[in-house]
Design a protein around this ligand. Structure first.
Ligand code: MN
Length: 199
């Protein structure tokens, strides 16, 4: 039997936690649709679009940096969602420590002030998109808002933390109340993971 490995290039990432374990911040039902169906669809679309093109030989981050149109949309959504889901844990470290904590204090004064600015960026983003915390080439922290599949990799930034504010991320749990969804995410972000990205 002939197996086409190229068509299976990207696969749904395995989660390091059970799908119900982020409740009540994110419900099992939302995980089932958001992770199980929306992310799977982006991955399936990406695999179909890159088949037989030079992108089929590239790692995901390189595709995000070099593509546009449909390939970019599906590659960036695959990257963004994987990054988002991998930031959470049911029993993680709930505050930044070490060098990252110092960098946040340097820029915002304290963690609470950072959290307010990041939440405001997520809540105020018009339409569908992503709020990001990233590190620039000088090692400084920056908050950006990206529409649709936008990803800081294309601006040469190192992404550290993101919040998905597409309605599919929160509508089953919070309906139109995006601020309520954003507030609950602070209970499941694992800062030990964000710190590893910062190093
Ligand atoms: Mn999403």
């Amino acid at each position: 039997m002939y197996i086409n490995f190229t068509a299976m290039k990207f696969k749904l990432p395995e989660l390091p936690y059970a799908q119900e374990s982020l409740e009540p911040a994110i419900s099992r039902q939302t995980m089932g649709f958001h992770y199980g169906k929306h992310l799977q669809t982006y991955i399936d679309n990406l695999n179909g679009l890159i088949e037989g093109t030079p992108f089929a030989e590239m790692p995901l981050e390189q595709i995000v940096k070099q593509s546009d149109g449909g390939i970019f949309n599906n590659a960036a959504q695959t990257f963004n969602h994987t990054f988002y889901f991998e930031t959470f844990s049911p029993n993680g470290q709930r505050h930044p420590e070490g060098k990252l904590a110092k960098a946040i204090e340097k820029k915002w004064g304290n963690f609470e002030a950072f959290r307010e600015e990041f939440s405001a960026a997520a809540v105020s983003l018009f339409g569908s998109g992503w709020a990001w915390l990233s590190k620039n080439a000088d090692g400084e922290l920056t908050i950006t808002k990206e529409s649709n599949a936008g990803c800081p990799l294309t601006s040469g930034l190192v992404p550290l933390l993101t919040i998905d504010v597409w309605e599919h991320a929160y509508y089953l749990d919070c309906q139109n109340r995006r601020a309520e969804y954003v507030k609950k995410l602070w209970d499941i972000i694992d800062w030990s993971i964000v710190e590893k990205r910062f190093e």
